[in-house]
Design a protein around this ligand. Structure first.
Ligand SMILES: [Zn+2]
Length: 216
């Protein structure tokens, strides 16, 4: 985490008329905050930074399941159970070739999100959007709503404060695709789906064939 990536390669990866809105680099990669975790119980185990041997794919919950409509609880223990969840979410997101995944999408009502963009992995625990600027019209899909895409408005820029898997506080800011993805995933933690905000759904004939379906 924290290596500057070439986000321009995302340009047009979602296809369709809104491709010009994508691909701008984030203004900054995650930066550690000086504050410590706010009184969260630290139960650090033996995490070495390596993937667990027993990573597992989890089943992605689909639209219609009431779990997607519930508000998630903050994480209070940065322990092996959290790391297992994060490892499994990373594995599940990779397998689904998506951009982002929120814990309720694998049936866990905790405030945990992973975002994979351009070979970067950002794991966000208890994320909070602390700044929003501007507006962009974007096209989004969702791994919980497969095969459908919609057009909606998102902030053009967001700054997110979150904890990493060790309970250290970070901030990340970005625009374009990152801003829409971070907004989409944090919405999941409050039981909100992109369809709740959609301006219109996209007809499949509007979509070009793309390698990456951009679902979150
Ligand atoms: Zn989603």
């Amino acid at each position: 985490m924290g290596v500057q990536g070439d986000w321009s390669s995302w340009q047009g990866s979602w296809g369709g008329a809104t491709s010009g809105a994508w691909g701008r680099a984030p203004a900054a990669w995650p930066q550690a905050c000086e504050q410590d975790a706010l009184g969260y119980a630290m139960q650090l185990g033996e995490y070495t930074g390596k993937e667990h041997d027993n990573m597992a794919l989890r089943q992605i919950v689909k639209e219609g399941d009431s779990i997607l409509r519930k508000k998630c609880r903050p994480v209070t223990a940065f322990d092996q159970k959290l790391w297992q969840l994060l490892d499994d979410m990373n594995e599940t997101l990779d397998d689904a070739q998506g951009l982002g995944l929120a814990a309720p999408q694998v049936g866990i009502l905790k405030r945990v999100v992973v975002i994979h963009m351009n070979d970067e992995v950002v794991e966000m625990v208890n994320p909070e959007i602390i700044e929003r600027r501007g507006e962009q019209e974007c096209m989004e899909g969702c791994l919980s709503i497969p095969g459908e895409w919609g057009i909606l408005n998102r902030p053009e820029f967001v700054k997110v404060r979150y904890y990493d898997r060790n309970g250290d506080l970070y901030e990340i800011e970005g625009e374009g695709l990152f801003a829409s993805c971070a907004s989409h995933e944090t919405d999941h933690l409050d039981g909100v789906l992109y369809k709740d905000k959609v301006i219109r759904m996209v007809d499949p004939s509007e979509l070009e064939e793309t390698e990456d379906n951009g679902e979150e």
